[in-house]
Design a protein around this ligand. Structure first.
Ligand code: NDP
Length: 479
């Protein structure tokens, strides 16, 4: 039985949400020309703020500001000077992390425990890490005179809004590019607060520009003739559309798309840790994670034990107010995403898999989905093949390592995988044969700025993080 906890809400008074926000172009907030839209809290459906919509003309203004800042200022600064700005931003993000964490949980619906302890610490780590690279480009095996690409158009999703911003902006600026970034329509608020951080850091105007809007704003950025690079994280469908749009142009792209990762548990695994890893793999961030361990592969002889322990552990997960410090599972990010998760789960029922959900009360307002597992899943089921992007785990079994490899690789995606076993040699053998950009061993969903991240096949191309993440913003890079 779960314990009863008294509510422990984080105060939202630290955040000052304005009633409306403009676009951030050339170092200033300016009006947008499109129709303003609302950003709501997915946990309560409360309207948080009205947001300007950037049209193609506004995107053009932002790209021109970024080009001018690149030509006149940013490209002329030595790396050591760029580094100073990045260190300054890193420090401000660390100082203001509580404010950002509360705003992120309000706008996205993720538990404060995660925004406070995972997303925001990683944001300042990312800026610190790439600040350290900015003056070392010429000595890093990136060619004798590494040159920035110029203006980067960056399009990010709603699952890790401020973290994805940091993953995109930090390496781009360190390498000497200027950027125009479009946050997701449902989660623009932390990007707009970051615009204030750019002002606070005295970042030269136009080095970072933020244009808010929906898919058409992103499309205008992709189509703009003076953008040198597109960095995109999001769905495979939109990633493919972007690749088609830029085919035949001089633009380069990194595409970080979907996933359907296998989390493989062998019979010699430390089961207590493995259960924690399974839970972290699929229920972290409500399963809104491209590298989520959404397919659990359990060796047959420990299947019953794993299932029993997993259900017991899942029953202790606490779902509810994202700002409550005891909450493990927050709100689903939008009504649309909830509808997608519901439709795919219903397909699991219809195709004969067996559903089990944590018995819990769902709040009356907002968008919620109880942590769920499906057993009796076969590889043909849609819930074993398609990205659900929610707190839903499909459980399959295997008998031999080869069977595990075959099933794990039987997916159009190739972003991540997990292996749980006592044997180091087995970890290495499995990692060698798994077609996934990241393979975690006896852990899951761990991120580090020094560690490159990215996929194979329909999970996209190019790498973010580490030196490869820097190369992706320099001329002559493969990405
Ligand atoms: P999208 O791929 O539509 O959104 C990602 C970003 O791209 C958003 O900023 C979005 O804007 C923007 N965008 C949308 N259409 C275009 C376009 N034609 N040109 C340029 N930019 C565009 O993801 P969704 O939010 O629709 O989610 C759908 C599914 O995608 C999810 O269910 C999940 O399976 C997967 N997904 C995967 C992610 C990952 O990290 N791999 C992240 C998010 C989703 P806007 O939000 O304003 O529409």
């Amino acid at each position: 039985m779960p314990f009863d906890y008294a509510p422990a809400p984080e105060s939202r008074s630290i955040v000052d949400i304005k009633s409306s926000y403009g676009l951030f172009i050339g170092g200033e907030f300016v009006d947008g020309s499109g129709s303003a839209f609302k950003s709501i809290s997915p946990a309560s459906e409360e309207v948080l703020a009205e947001i300007a919509e950037a049209t193609a003309d506004d995107v053009d203004r932002a790209v021109r500001a970024a080009r001018q800042a690149h030509t006149r200022v940013w490209s002329k600064l030595p790396g050591s000077e760029r580094a100073k700005y990045l260190y300054r931003i890193a420090r401000i993000m660390a100082e203001r992390s509580r404010e950002f964490a509360v705003l992120e949980s309000l706008d996205n619906g993720k538990p404060i425990r995660e925004s406070r302890d995972v997303d925001l610490p990683l944001v300042s780590q990312w800026f610190f890490y790439y600040a350290g690279w900015a003056d070392k480009l010429s000595y890093a095996g990136l060619g004798p005179d590494p040159r920035a690409l110029g203006v980067a158009g960056q399009i990010i999703p709603w699952n890790f809004p401020i973290m994805m911003l940091a993953w995109k902006i930090a390496p781009a600026l360190a390498a000497g590019n200027t950027v125009v970034l479009k946050p997701a329509e449902t989660t623009p608020l932390t990007a707009l607060l970051f615009a204030e951080v750019c002002q606070q850091a005295d970042l030269p105007p136009g080095v970072v520009n933020i244009v808010t809007g929906a898919g058409s704003t992103g499309q205008a950025l992709v189509d703009h003739a003076d953008v040198d690079k597109i960095a995109f994280t999001g769905s495979t469908a939109v990633g493919k559309a972007i690749a088609r749009s830029i085919a035949g142009t001089d633009k380069v792209a990194t595409l970080e798309l979907g996933g359907k990762a296998a989390n493989i548990v062998f019979d010699d695994a430390p089961l207590d840790q493995a259960i924690e890893g399974i839970v972290r793999g699929i229920f972290f961030n409500q399963g809104h994670v491209c590298c989520a361990g959404s397919r659990l592969l359990v060796q047959e002889n420990v299947y019953d034990e794993v299932l029993e322990r997993l259900k017991r552990r899942m029953s202790t997960l606490r779902l509810g107010d994202p700002l409550d410090k005891n909450t493990d599972i927050g709100a689903i990010n939008s009504a649309e995403q909830l509808a997608r998760i519901t439709a795919l789960s219903d397909a699991g029922d219809a195709e004969g898999a067996e559903r089990w959900s944590v018995p819990c009360d769902l709040p009356d307002n907002g968008f919620w989905f109880a942590p769920t597992i499906f057993t009796g899943v076969t590889q043909a089921h849609r819930i074993a093949r398609e990205e659900i992007f929610g707190p839903v785990l499909s459980v399959l079994t295997f008998r031999t390592p080869s069977e595990a490899i075959e099933k794990a690789n039987n997916t159009p995606y190739g972003l991540s995988a997990g292996v749980w076993t006592d044997k180091g040699s087995r970890i290495l053998a499995m990692a060698d044969r798994l077609r996934a950009g990241v393979v975690w061993a006896n852990t899951f969903n761990q991120f580090d700025p020094a560690s490159p991240f990215g996929g194979y096949k329909e999970s996209g191309y190019g790498r973010e993080g580490g030196k490869p993440g820097l190369a992706a913003y320099l001329e002559g890079s493969p990405a």
